[in-house]
Design a binder for this molecule. Structure first.
Ligand SMILES: O=P(O)(O)O[C@H]1O[C@H](CO)[C@@H](O)[C@H]1O
Ligand SMILES: O=c1cc[nH]c(=O)[nH]1
Length: 235
């Protein structure tokens, strides 16, 4: 057992899906995994292990923001030996050509996080990147499913409500969408020598104001989940 995860040694698989929302973890476990068993509910951050197409796999919530996902990702890699981590998140679209419910793969994660800055200090601006093998496998899977994902740079912000951020400039420099965890996940995966990928469904649109309901954020987005599951079970 680690400080924030109640699992005993061996109860978490070496590959895991990571939604921010613990109820999305419950939905994924109950809908897609066989023989899913809940291994933690500390702070209601639910985690399950089961099998998908015969391969052992876990799914766990991470909470919101880089401070929160950093706690869970560190304990999963350092204390439980997890080697493959796929975030299945929601994001806000920042470009007109991206639509609600589109699937996005984060090749890179730009960030305003002081956590990443503090790791390196000095004048270094670290570039948190996806694992290329997972990225390729997820993209190929999205094509196979007939819903080619958009691949590129996203921004992981510290503040959901941020009146000061310059979204126009970020868009001009190629940022497709906004979320709150992936830069932290990619940086920690590099530190621990693990593979990480961020997959997203567009849950709301910053330009049009369209938005999915809270219920949809908990219990849908199956296109993204299928891509993540099929990617996670590959060797
Ligand atoms: O739906 P999840 O995975 O939580 O992701 C997004 O939703 C939350 C904000 O509503 C942030 O965690 C953001 O990254
Ligand atoms: O962090 C997030 C997630 C979804 N939509 C947003 O606008 N921001």
């Amino acid at each position: 057992m680690s400080l924030h995860i109640a699992a005993r040694d061996g109860e978490i698989a070496d590959r895991i899906l990571l939604p921010g929302d613990p109820l999305r973890a419950k939905y994924i476990a109950e809908t897609f995994l066989d023989d899913a068993v809940c291994y933690t509910d500390i702070r209601n951050i639910l985690g399950y292990t089961g099998t998908y197409k015969g391969v052992r796999l876990s799914v766990q919530g991470t909470g919101m923001g880089i401070p929160s996902i950093s706690i869970y990702a560190t304990e999963l890699m350092r204390d439980y030996g997890v080697k493959k981590l796929i975030r299945v998140g929601t994001c806000g679209a920042m470009r007109k050509d991206i639509r609600l419910r589109d699937v996005i793969i984060a090749q890179g994660a730009t960030t305003d996080s002081s956590i990443i800055r503090n790791i390196f200090g000095g004048s270094i601006n670290y570039a948190p990147l996806a694992d290329f093998t997972l990225l390729r496998q997820a993209y190929e899977q999205s094509v196979k499913q007939g819903i080619p994902a958009r691949v590129g740079n996203i921004v992981s912000v510290d503040r959901f409500y941020d009146d000061e951020i310059d979204n126009d400039k970020l868009t001009q420099y190629g940022i497709m969408a906004v979320e709150m965890e992936t830069a932290g996940l990619y940086t920690l995966a590099a530190k621990y020598g693990a593979q990480a990928l961020g997959l997203f469904t567009v849950s709301d649109h910053l330009l049009t104001g369209e938005a999915c309901t809270p219920e949809e954020r908990q219990t849908s987005f199956d296109d993204m989940i299928h891509i993540a599951l099929e990617t996670a079970i590959q060797e």
